[in-house]
Write a protein that binds this ligand. Structure first.
Ligand SMILES: [Zn+2]
Length: 263
């Protein structure tokens, strides 16, 4: 092989590697997280909106919602890896479940909310905490981020989604949402048209722990995949309204927490 051939061969190899490397599940993919942030942004009260704008400058809640996934490649943030999810086995309460010593999504949201309320953080820390809160409240509403402890939040449930290899976790993170081919603003606008006041008031009852229990209540529906070789339109049809509701709830509850902290 001459140099040119060698070069194109290694480029081909590299390209193949990129295509075949498994991407770790990121929860609600980018679109889902941005939808949650966008919805929250539209429910902020004046005071909270002003304070967040001052801190986040050129970003809003939608744009900063994926920061916690972006820092996964930064070693300084290795300690945050387990904060995206929680394990609560069937018929167990969070209080009685074995806790991950590295932290979990419930423990972190509770910690971040109370720390932000205390007002003791430097500006730099406060910005990081806000970005984490935006992301984690989203994650808490992806039903498979409250895992059974048996299958890594559905990552081990291998299946064919629209004839392509995938897994149940990824179906909920991004496959169903991406199938709609809407931008995050388009999807968020469509969801906001469905909001009614009585429902919002109902969704704001409870707390972080009861919100997690709602994910557990969805388990039988989420795991009802039928033939794993043929998961697609039928599953999407049966579950899309749940995806919509979970995204809406996450956005509205995130705004509620931020309004409570800063309002
Ligand atoms: Zn996440």
């Amino acid at each position: 092989m001459n140099i040119r051939q060698k070069l194109s061969f290694s480029l081909l190899l590299l390209f193949g590697l990129i295509l075949s490397s498994p991407r770790e599940a990121q929860a609600w993919g980018q679109t889902g997280h941005r939808v949650v942030g966008y919805i929250a942004q539209s429910f902020l009260n004046k005071k909270a909106k002003k304070h967040l704008q001052k801190l986040l400058k050129t970003e809003d809640l939608a744009l900063c919602s994926t920061w916690m996934d972006e820092i996964r490649s930064d070693k300084r943030y290795d300690h945050t890896h387990d904060w995206h999810w929680v394990t609560i086995p069937d018929s167990v309460r969070y209080e009685d479940a074995e806790k991950n010593p590295n932290g979990d999504v419930i423990e972190r949201i509770e910690f971040i909310v109370s720390t932000l309320k205390s007002g003791t953080l430097s500006e730099e820390q406060e910005i990081e905490y806000i970005k984490m809160l935006v992301h984690l409240v989203g994650d808490l509403h992806q039903p498979l981020h409250v895992g059974t402890g048996k299958d890594r939040g559905g990552n081990d449930v291998k299946l064919k989604w629209m004839r392509r290899s995938s897994n149940l976790h990824r179906v909920w993170d991004s496959e169903m949402i991406d199938d709609k081919q809407l931008s995050y603003t388009e999807l968020a606008h469509a969801l906001l048209l469905k909001v009614n006041k009585a429902q919002v008031e109902k969704w704001l009852q409870g707390d972080v722990r009861s919100w997690a229990m709602e994910c557990i209540a969805l388990r039988s529906q989420v795991y009802d995949i039928g033939n794993p070789e043929e998961v697609g339109y039928d599953y999407l049809y049966r579950n899309w309204s749940t995806v919509e509701i979970q995204l809406l709830k996450a956005g509205i509850r995130l705004a509620y927490l931020l309004n409570e902290i800063y309002g």
